[in-house]
Design a protein around this ligand. Structure first.
Ligand SMILES: Cc1cc2nc3c(=O)[nH]c(=O)nc-3n(C[C@H](O)[C@H](O)[C@H](O)COP(=O)(O)OP(=O)(O)OC[C@H]3O[C@@H](n4cnc5c(N)ncnc54)[C@H](O)[C@@H]3O)c2cc1C
Length: 344
């Protein structure tokens, strides 16, 4: 059993990784970072749609856990295990892990459990190893290649990106994008010029865009489908033998809800303060942070994040401020202060 105090980071996406590295860089020798990730590797969602369409990219989307900390580091990454419960001072794992057991106490925690999307933007169900992921992506690439006609539902980031990847990789393939609004990237955070520009680029690549229309994918999932005709709400129709559903994104906030369901907002996101601490009515959880897609910071994509810090970057600011003040004397004071005031 180690005497080191734990700063626990749950989840190893961009938010977990940047938090873990930033915290480890300034942590006193009395503490260590313990990262816990559901899989034995990290996954890079922004690379996933190219990896799902362009052969040779499948193994560029996963990152081994050994890349997180140097070999001789006191910080630890526990891969292939899920956190199932968050307490005020410890987390519970779905199974016992050597050297830790099934409950890990912490002085600080960062919950960076991210969000769920359909595969391939997140790891396919049933895939457990990097090799499983690469195999799934290769199958996806070959299904896209064999498809005669691809239907993309939704003109947000993933729909637009997937349509562009397919049209670039398979020139001449029929690709139709159906979008419910009158412009791509219709969210109010984005200027109309962005959507218009993307539409014109897609059209140049041969993608047909149907605006102001909806399609019901009839319970089907992203992937190869029996060839069929989909009726659109504007009265037109599209024939397709490959479907990509570009919506259905949801935050993975279950772990935080085990601490207190009131910490979750109506959209399923974790309520946080401007410094990403859990926002409870009595400030009971100032030592627990939620970073990345899981929190309720409204801005989630690069254009807006450049205007105001977004989840992948904010952990650097907020956690550094708490854990890594400029000089050693202030650091220990601040840690002592926090560790004695946050407990109830
Ligand atoms: C095609 C595409 C392009 C994108 N392009 C951009 C871009 O250009 N710029 C940008 O800023 N964003 C982009 N994004 C969004 C970006 O990928 C996400 O904002 C980012 O991945 C979120 O990171 P995260 O760490 O919060 O969560 P995730 O990447 O979802 O990682 C969460 C991790 O936590 C693990 N986890 C979940 N629950 C548990 C648990 N209970 N126990 C243990 N581990 C758990 C998961 O397995 C996962 O490893 C893009 C997304 C896609 C799909």
């Amino acid at each position: 059993m180690s005497d080191l105090k734990n700063v626990v980071v749950v989840g190893l996406g961009f938010a977990g990784l940047s938090s873990a590295k930033a915290i480890a860089a300034g942590l006193p020798a009395t503490h260590r970072v313990v990262v816990i990730n559901e899989y034995n590797f990290a996954y890079n969602p922004p690379a996933s749609l190219r990896a799902a369409t362009v052969p040779g990219w499948e193994d560029k989307v996963t990152v081994p856990l050994t890349a997180v900390f140097p070999k001789d580091s006191r910080h630890v990454v526990l891969g292939g295990v899920k956190v199932v419960q968050l307490g005020a001072e410890s987390i519970k794992l779905e199974k016992a892990v050597e050297g830790f057991g099934s409950e890990i106490p912490f002085e600080y925690a960062v919950i960076a459990t991210g969000s769920s999307y359909a595969t391939p933007t997140r790891i396919a169900q049933g895939a457990e190893t990097e090799a499983d992921v690469w195999k799934t992506l290769k199958e996806f690439q070959s299904d896209v290649k064999d498809a005669e006609s691809v239907l993309v539902v939704g003109g947000g980031a993933t729909g637009v990106e997937f349509a562009a990847e397919v049209a670039s990789q398979h020139k001449g393939k029929k690709v139709t994008l159906v979008h419910s609004a009158d412009r791509l990237f219709a969210h109010k955070d984005f200027k109309s010029a962005l959507g218009n520009n993307l539409a014109s680029q897609l059209k140049k690549k041969g993608v047909k865009i149907v605006f102001n229309s909806k399609v019901d994918p009839k319970g089907l999932e992203t992937g190869k489908i029996p060839k069929q005709t989909f009726a659109l709400s504007d009265g037109s129709s599209v024939e397709a033998d490959f479907l990509f559903i570009g919506h259905g994104w949801k935050p993975n906030s279950e772990v935080v809800s085990t601490l207190d369901p009131a910490l979750i907002n109506d959209g399923g996101f974790v309520r946080v303060t401007p410094t990403l601490q859990l926002k409870s009515a009595i400030g009971a959880y100032d030592h627990i942070f939620a970073a990345g897609d899981v929190n309720d910071v409204p801005v989630r994509l690069v254009p807006s994040s450049l205007r105001s810090p977004s989840p992948p970057f904010l952990p650097f600011l907020s956690l550094r401020d708490v854990l890594e003040p400029p000089d050693e004397s202030r650091r220990s004071k601040k840690l002592t202060h926090l560790s004695t005031t946050h407990r109830r």
